[in-house]
Design a protein. Structure first.
Length: 405
């Protein structure tokens, strides 16, 4: 067992121990209360619940296998990795609620040959909200907060890649008011892939509010308005960059690292669901306090939309203010079912050049076709056309098989 674990996890000893602990907890949890009739079931993941609901445990993971085919102009071809295959994500997690009030989640990603910390946190839940400690996503951006299991395209849009802070280590406080309102605020240190932060001068103060003036028919009619902001104090420097909405490639636009004291980022969110049609859009802007290069301002936006040919609607999670798992009306090869089919499009733009910083400008156009054989499986096909201003163009054809549980 130990030798197998070492081969799977060439990272730090502490992460090996953590993974072994997750596995052991999952295996022995049913025996912890053998004198009671716990509920153990499959609900798009393995769930274990005590009779009084005070303990609610879940364990599972995801696998995403990607193929990439690229055709790029000569000026960009050296920035790509060519055609190839990769395991984009390979994750295991164990999460739940203990004694009604304590939440936790431990999620590790093994893609890329090592074990990276994703969500590693503990929280205290009360009627007025949840206080959370650890390593998790900052409260910023609808597309960033939506799990990669449920995003419509293989990769997130240009401006979200460049500006959204994603996961860091800190403390936050979040809550909701029925189906209408979500909010969250927190303070975070910049952290590495293991959740460790050693630079106390790089601090982010981040907050988000999401409001739904319309939510009806169990989410088949929904309108979402959101505002996110983060203020970043920096000890010396900052950097913004993005890939062309394909992971198996380099970054076409990149400010490089430049001297900066702080930056304030804003994000406006708009989304809607109207039966089988849905849309989402965000505008993100970064105002940087960097006197040596003229205090530049960078910005980017995206708009995306989709339509379910088989009559489903894109599901939305009111508890967190983000999109959720798609459930087909009929599963493939069960009772004559064909799963769910979705077509989608997206346009995104990013400008990382201003004042004395010349990071480049890029526009991406994307088309997508998604097939959901069942709620836990998906096949995705994307075409992405990237246009880098005054440099060149590239086309990416992407295929993903995904399972999550």
């Amino acid at each position: 067992m130990t030798r197998s674990l070492n081969r799977l996890m060439p990272g730090t000893q502490s992460l090996k121990i953590a993974a072994a602990g997750l596995l052991a907890a999952a295996l022995i949890a049913p025996a912890a209360s053998a004198d009671e009739d716990w509920t153990y079931k499959w609900s798009n993941g393995f769930k274990l619940t005590s009779p009084d609901k005070a303990f609610d445990l879940k364990f599972g993971g995801r696998i995403m296998a990607d193929y990439t085919f690229v055709d790029a102009d000569d000026a960009l071809v050296d920035e790509t990795d060519g055609n190839g295959f990769e395991i984009r994500r390979a994750r295991l997690f164990f999460s739940g609620t203990l004694y009604e009030r304590i939440e936790f989640k431990a999620q590790l990603d093994f893609a890329g040959g090592d074990a990276d910390a994703k969500d590693l946190y503990i929280g205290i839940k009360n009627d007025w909200g949840t206080v959370r400690f650890g390593h998790y996503k900052e409260y910023f951006s609808l597309e960033e907060l939506t799990s990669s299991k449920y995003t419509t395209f293989l990769e997130r849009s240009l401006p979200v890649q460049a500006f959204a802070p994603s996961r860091n280590s800190g403390i936050g406080f979040h809550g909701k008011d029925g189906d209408k309102l979500n909010w969250g605020i927190g303070a975070f240190y910049d952290a590495d892939d293991f959740g460790t932060s050693t630079d106390e001068d790089n601090v982010n103060l981040t907050g988000r509010i999401a409001f739904r003036p319309l939510y009806g028919d169990q989410g088949r009619r929904m309108l979402h308005l959101g505002l996110s902001a983060t203020h970043k104090d920096r000890d010396s420097s900052i950097r913004f960059r993005a890939r062309p909405e394909a992971h198996f490639t380099g970054r076409f636009v990149d400010t490089g690292t430049f001297a900066a004291d702080r930056a304030t980022l804003y994000d406006l969110e708009l989304a809607g669901v109207f039966n089988s049609f849905w849309f989402a859009a965000e505008h993100l802007q970064a105002e940087v306090d960097a006197p040596l290069v003229g205090d530049p301002t960078f910005a980017g936006s995206y708009i995306q939309f989709g339509y379910f040919l088989t009559g489903e609607h894109r599901r939305y999670k009111t508890s967190n203010g983000e999109f959720d798992r798609l459930k087909p009306k009929s599963n493939f090869l069960r009772d004559g079912g064909k799963g769910a089919w979705e077509i989608a499009g997206r346009y995104s733009t990013l400008d990382l050049s201003d004042e004395g910083v010349f990071g480049g400008e890029q526009d991406d156009w994307s088309l997508g076709l998604n097939w959901y054989p069942n709620p836990a499986t998906r096949m995705m096909i994307n075409w992405v056309h990237a246009d880098v201003d005054q440099v060149g163009e590239a086309d990416f054809f992407l295929l993903r098989w995904q399972v999550d549980f």
